[in-house]
Write a new protein. Structure first.
Length: 452
């Protein structure tokens, strides 16, 4: 297939997605290689649950043409056998996982100078309730013995002339809370999100949740070139792409790493080029959204904060561009791997105001203010800046996500506050909370709930 044909196919996919997903918009892709749409409005981030219509999409290869759940997953390496999606759903219990999906390139467009490819701003994050079968149960069924350590490689079924899309995750994570997802927000997974089955890795960057799952391979190491019984390249998406490295450096291919926390890898002296696994702490204001002026008075500021495998310890909000800060209140659903809602009240005065939030995780790590320069490399960490990196991965600074809000004088002296702009959203959340409530409160049980 020619470059022109592939480009035309991608844009046809994007146009079709935009027709059925009114809450998203196309995102600029400098390399014209990806099918990418992101949240169209900051209002997305005033909700705990993201409708699939607002959920971002990102993939490189064409969506496979799949008509039903006769799609088969193959098990190899330390696993043996195969199963259709229908067989998996019938054989194993159904569970639900609340997960904040974030593209590892979210915020790439905030790097200066720009890095290549998709120029995400804040649009590539969303929270859904995914349903499927526990990966731990599947592994035990198709392996004589599931080791306590090692790696599980997931291979996507999307066509690629250069090779395969393969990602490896540690066995410890695979057997903890991962699922083979077949549904999202109570519906079958849409084609652009991996129908009929995708690996779902809670709290980790979206690249690890392989779509259109075709094969699972258990091994002692991460995927490396030539490690799989497949034609073409094997290790590109594990060892070359989605690695954090300064300009001009080529990541060394490693068979294993000891820590899977992305920020911990950044600070480690043992890993020169971190892998994008666990999500860094992050937050976004969703309301007010800055799109329309608001009235002076008491205004509710609402948003979301997440920290991957770690809990969000707190969020601060500034209405003067980061000069002063107020502690926000965390509220709403509290599930490991999913974002928290936060809110605070602001006595808004007429004029233009810069609103921004910053979150801190349970390890005491707070979002940095800005992104460093290419010349600084990883030394930017020493000055509290996120390292500029060639792939634009895992960025989480707060100032690039600030928004300007215009405040108009009150209409009359009796108008004391703006309406609760997010209060109507709490009612539909109750239904989804019932879906995943069970014993799944943070610190009081597993992330998954048996729905059968």
């Amino acid at each position: 297939m020619s470059i022109e044909d592939r480009s035309r196919g991608r844009h046809e996919e994007i146009e079709a997605i935009l027709e059925r997903k009114p809450g998203v918009r196309e995102v600029r892709d400098e390399d014209d290689r990806y099918t990418v749409v992101g949240a169209a409005s900051r209002g997305t981030y005033a909700n705990w649950l993201t409708p699939i219509e607002d959920h971002f999409v990102c993939h490189r290869n064409a969506i496979p043409e799949i008509e039903d759940d006769s799609w088969t997953v193959t098990f190899s390496g330390g696993l043996e056998g195969e199963a259709s999606v229908a067989d998996l759903v019938e054989r194993f219990p159904t569970v639900a996982v609340a997960h904040t999906m974030e593209c590892a390139g979210n915020g790439r467009g905030q790097h200066d100078p720009e890095t290549a490819s998709v120029q995400w701003d804040w649009e590539a994050a969303a929270t859904a309730v995914w349903t499927g079968v526990p990966l731990s149960s599947v592994l035990r069924a198709y392996a004589e013995d599931v080791p306590e350590t090692g790696w599980l490689t997931a291979i996507g079924g999307d066509p690629d002339e250069e090779g395969i899309f393969a990602r490896s995750i540690p066995v410890e994570k695979a057997t903890d809370d991962c699922i083979l997802a077949v549904g999202a927000n109570g519906r079958p997974i849409p084609a652009e999100h991996g129908y009929p089955v995708r690996l779902l890795v809670p709290g980790w960057y979206g690249v690890n949740s392989v779509k259109w799952l075709d094969e699972l391979c258990l091994a002692d190491s991460m995927v490396t070139e030539g490690a799989l019984d497949r034609p073409g390249r094997h290790a590109k998406w594990q060892q070359d792409e989605y690695r954090i490295h300064p300009a001009g450096e080529i990541p060394e291919h490693l068979e294993t790493v000891e820590t899977f926390d992305t920020w911990e890898q950044l600070e480690s002296e043992e890993i020169d080029h971190p892998y994008t696994f666990d999500q860094n702490v992050m937050s976004l204001i969703g309301a007010p959204d800055g799109e329309e002026p608001i009235r002076a008075g008491s205004v509710d500021v609402c948003g979301v904060a997440w920290a991957g495998d770690d809990a969000v310890a707190g969020v601060e909000v500034s209405t003067d561009g980061g000069e002063t800060w107020e502690d926000a209140e965390l509220f709403g659903p509290d599930y490991a791997g999913a974002w928290r809602l936060f809110r605070t009240w602001w006595d808004a005065t007429p004029g233009a105001h810069t609103l921004v939030s910053r979150a801190t995780d349970e390890r005491g790590r707070t979002q940095p203010a800005t992104i460093g320069s290419p010349d600084e490399g990883f030394d930017a960490l020493d000055s509290g800046r996120y390292p500029w990196n060639e792939g634009g991965y895992a960025a989480n600074p707060y100032l690039p996500n600030a928004l300007t809000v215009e405040v108009e004088p009150r209409a009359d002296r009796f108008e004391s506050r703006n309406p609760l702009r997010f209060s109507h959203r709490i009612v539909p959340l109750i239904t989804m909370c019932e879906l995943v409530r069970g014993d799944d409160r943070r610190g009081h049980g597993r992330r998954t709930v048996d729905l059968r």
